[in-house]
Design a protein around this ligand. Structure first.
Ligand SMILES: Nc1ncnc2c1ncn2[C@@H]1O[C@H](COP(=O)(O)OP(=O)(O)OP(=O)(O)O)[C@@H](O)[C@H]1O
Length: 251
């Protein structure tokens, strides 16, 4: 789909197979994502989307194949702050006694050294990120006391404070109000326009053509990768879902 050489690819997953015991979650999946693109990841429940994210993040080592992030290992890309992940809401402990500001500050930890003492530039990065997601007024609230959409915005702000140029977002629009969806969409577009890359799983297929430059259909392997309006054609969705999810909930 792209003409960049491998080291220029933001994400390069080649032939990744992942098992959880007897369950095969990825089956020789390959995905190349160029710099400066927003890509939507679409697939039914259990098709391997979260597993693919974890594999790209280096949290799961695939049985076969390899993952490169801008030509380096995922661990190295995470350490340098280049690669960031916004997990599904269910994966977060919202009762943890931490403020919105401190959640965003965790994005700076990699650059602070072992003392984790925030300097002026760290506070400035956090303030700027909070402003970009319109959460400045909520900075001192405990993270669990935000709405679903505000929580997502806080985690996007964390990626921005980190200075990440490659962002993975697992269902960022699930249970999210329209304002938050619009704010997040605008920010992701800005990240891509600045040369970053965004991979975003979503069940909201109607929103995808406005949000993403590309779409990927996943069913343990990548069935199709191309322009959203082509990938989301009914006959292609039928391959991935066995029905027409534009007429029904894609889950
Ligand atoms: N920790 C685990 N142990 C065993 N099986 C798992 C584990 N995590 C995921 N699976 C299985 O692996 C497959 C892929 O799961 P995964 O969570 O990657 O799918 P998904 O596309 O993200 O699903 P959803 O849309 O529901 O979030 C599923 O069959 C799931 O049941």
């Amino acid at each position: 789909m792209n003409t960049q050489c491998n080291a220029d690819l933001a994400i390069n997953v080649t032939d990744a197979t992942v098992h959880y015991g007897q369950v095969q979650a990825l089956d020789h999946a390959s995905l190349q994502l160029a710099q400066g693109t927003v890509c939507g990841l679409v697939g039914m429940n259990g098709s391997g989307k979260s597993t693919l994210f974890k594999t790209i993040m280096g949290q799961i080592k695939p049985d076969t194949g390899s993952v490169k992030i801008s030509g380096t290992d995922p661990q190295q890309a995470r350490k340098s702050g280049k690669l960031a992940y916004v997990p599904q809401s269910e994966a977060v402990d919202w009762n943890f006694p931490i403020s919105v500001r401190d959640v965003v500050m965790t994005g700076r930890y990699g650059q602070m050294g072992w003392t984790r003492r925030a300097k002026k530039k760290d506070h400035a990065a956090v303030n700027e990120a909070l402003g970009r997601v319109e959460l400045t007024d909520f900075a001192n609230r405990q993270i669990g006391q935000l709405s679903g959409g505000q929580k997502k915005r806080a985690f996007v702000a964390r990626c921005i404070a980190q200075g990440a140029s490659i962002m993975l977002l697992d269902e960022p629009f699930a249970g999210v109000d329209k304002r938050s969806e619009a704010t997040i969409t605008k920010l992701l577009r800005e990240v891509a326009d600045e040369g970053g890359s965004v991979l975003i799983s979503t069940h909201d297929l109607h929103a995808l053509p406005d949000l993403a430059d590309e779409a990927v259909l996943l069913m343990r392997k990548v069935l199709m990768h191309g322009r959203p309006e082509v990938v989301l054609r009914a006959e292609n969705l039928a391959l991935a879902f066995g029905l027409d999810p534009m007429k029904r909930d894609a889950s």
